[in-house]
Design a protein around this ligand. Structure first.
Ligand code: ZN
Length: 266
């Protein structure tokens, strides 16, 4: 199993005939992980010959439904598949309680799942190690609205991630209000998975060019580009000279160090 990202879903919050909600299978040193769990990620794994019981950990960026809706089914599916090995779920503050409620609201008890479920409320700027993967969360501005803070406190937190695997670094934007938010976290990045649900492509292209990102995978694609992803390619042309991949569901990107290519991007 090569180190790679498989795009399970590339839509924005509005799934379409062509695209499912966001979720990414990540394989690193023979281990399987999920970045976000939009519906129907747990089912889509089969399409790529991946087994839900092999998922070691799920890293959630935030609790908007487009990013988490397949999680409940994934947990019960693993119970029915008689999973034995532990499953880790990481997410922003509130994740532990939300997952427990998700189980109890569907009449499941965590200690009757048959496999250990390890839930972690992440701290931003802390690193979490799973096998050879190290994931460092950072906060984004996506949910930084006074009304949400009043209503939900610090549980209304959205995050991106710096993901270090054996010899490569992926940065996953999560949802943003500006590409510039990624500035402090982008150093040494071999692949940037950048959302396109809230930002114009020209802004992302300019950021990627300035930050000298060797490879950008555009995903979380809004309705205006759903049937016309070439518009994203056109917007990047003339601004960004690195490698650009515009995701479709099923897009695969091999993960490797691009330090040599980095010197050629200018
Ligand atoms: Zn989203």
């Amino acid at each position: 199993m090569p180190d790679e990202i498989i795009v399970l879903g590339s839509s924005s919050g509005l799934p379409t005939e062509r695209r499912f909600a966001p979720g990414y299978a990540l394989t690193a040193a023979g281990k399987l992980f999920l970045l976000d769990c939009g519906a129907p990620a747990s089912t889509l794994l089969y399409r790529y010959q991946l087994d839900p019981v092999d998922v070691e950990a799920i890293f959630l960026s935030h609790w908007h439904m487009d990013h988490v809706a397949s999680l409940g089914l994934f947990l019960s599916q693993n119970r029915l598949l008689k999973r034995l090995g532990p499953l880790a779920v990481y997410g922003p503050r509130g994740t532990r309680g939300k997952v427990r409620r998700l189980l109890s609201d569907s009449f499941l008890l965590a200690d009757e799942l048959g496999y250990p479920l390890n839930l972690t409320n992440i701290e931003c700027n802390e690193s979490y190690q799973e096998a050879l993967l190290r994931v460092t969360y950072f906060k984004t501005q996506h949910l930084e609205r006074p009304k949400l803070k009043t209503q939900f406190g610090s549980k209304a937190t959205a995050c991106g991630m710096v993901i270090d695997g054996p010899g490569w670094r992926v940065v996953y934007s999560g949802d943003l209000s500006s590409s510039q938010e990624l500035g402090p976290y982008i150093e040494g990045c071999d692949l940037l998975i950048h959302e396109m649900a809230h930002l114009p492509p020209e802004e992302v292209a300019t950021f990627a060019a300035t930050a000298k990102i060797p490879h950008v995978l555009i995903s979380h694609i809004g309705p205006e580009f759903d049937e016309a992803p070439e518009k994203i390619v056109e917007a990047f042309a003339g601004i960004y000279r690195g490698q650009l991949t515009v995701a479709e569901d099923g897009t695969r990107v091999a993960l490797k160090s691009t330090s040599r290519q980095k010197k050629q991007v200018s």
